[in-house]
Design a protein around this ligand. Structure first.
Ligand SMILES: Nc1ncnc2c1ncn2[C@@H]1O[C@H](COP(=O)(O)OP(=O)(O)O)[C@@H](O)[C@H]1O
Ligand SMILES: [Mg+2]
Length: 244
């Protein structure tokens, strides 16, 4: 009874990643900010694109913001790897892709502009786009570069809180991917409602993809590392541990 009450009061958004939701109480809480952390090539972008693609399949609207690579590149990658046709979904109005690479990177290379200003402008852009598009699901790909340049940790904290605050206020369920360089990931994870970690484990001569949920507010989490598989069908979580 209590459980039923709780689940209707705090609805979940299914990730669309087979095997993942069971690790964290049934999926992401709707309206929350969730981070996916890992070094390069661990599957962050694939994980989040699958979350968006699944949402669209069940009738939800998606939005992707690409601060670190061009929208064209992302679309081509997802089409060639998994046959996910983001171009078509965009044209059908089911998906909005906001490509901020050009203007932002040009600004970032300039030494005259304070990185804090970028983040404030970025937050305003996100706020405006969320108000325009009103998506159910949001994916911001690789925020690391934005925060790396901010030197004072307290500033990183407050900029993270501001950005995550406006995302939550819109009601969208979001995934934010972050790299592990320079330790900025910890500040972002701290401010998020859940944090999922992707990596590769070395077992003998073999590298095995792995995943675990580090935290999920308001949910019981499985305290175990699982094998992560990427195939032509996308990403999935195995019931096996890399060490078993
Ligand atoms: N069809 C596929 N089958 C198996 N692995 C794939 C397939 N498509 C892409 N990959 C792998 O998925 C990984 C891409 O992960 P990605 O999400 O881009 O990483 P990140 O965003 O963490 O840098 C690469 O290691 C790539 O080799
Ligand atoms: Mg990526």
């Amino acid at each position: 009874m209590v459980l039923a009450l709780q689940s209707s009061k705090f609805p979940r958004a299914k990730s669309g990643v087979p095997g993942y939701d069971e690790l964290g109480g049934g999926g992401f809480h709707k309206g929350t900010v969730n981070t996916v952390t890992g070094s390069s090539g661990t599957g962050k972008t694939v994980f989040a694109c699958q979350f968006i693609n699944y949402g669209i399949k069940i009738g939800e609207k998606g939005m992707i913001i690409t601060p670190s690579e061009s929208a064209e590149y992302l679309k081509r990658e997802m089409m060639s790897s998994f046959d996910w046709d983001f171009d078509k979904l965009e044209k059908e109005g089911k998906l909005a892709i906001v490509d901020v690479t050009d203007p932002v990177l040009r600004l970032q290379k300039s030494i005259d502009i304070d990185p804090t200003d970028f983040l404030i402008n970025f937050r305003k852009l996100v706020e405006r786009k969320l108000a325009d598009v009103k998506p159910d699901r949001l994916f911001i790909d690789d925020l690391t570069a934005f925060f790396m340049a901010v030197e004072a940790p307290f500033k990183v904290r407050s900029l993270t809180d501001d950005l995550f605050g406006i995302i939550r206020a819109s009601g969208v369920t979001s995934l934010v991917t972050i790299g592990t360089a320079f330790g900025t990931n910890q500040f972002l994870e701290y401010g998020a409602d859940s944090a999922t970690m992707l990596s590769r484990e070395r077992i003998g001569n073999t590298l095995i993809r792995s995943i675990y949920i580090m935290k999920m507010r308001g949910s019981k989490i499985a305290n175990s590392i699982r094998v992560l598989d990427i195939t032509d069908d996308g990403i999935s979580v195995s019931s096996l541990s890399p060490y078993s």
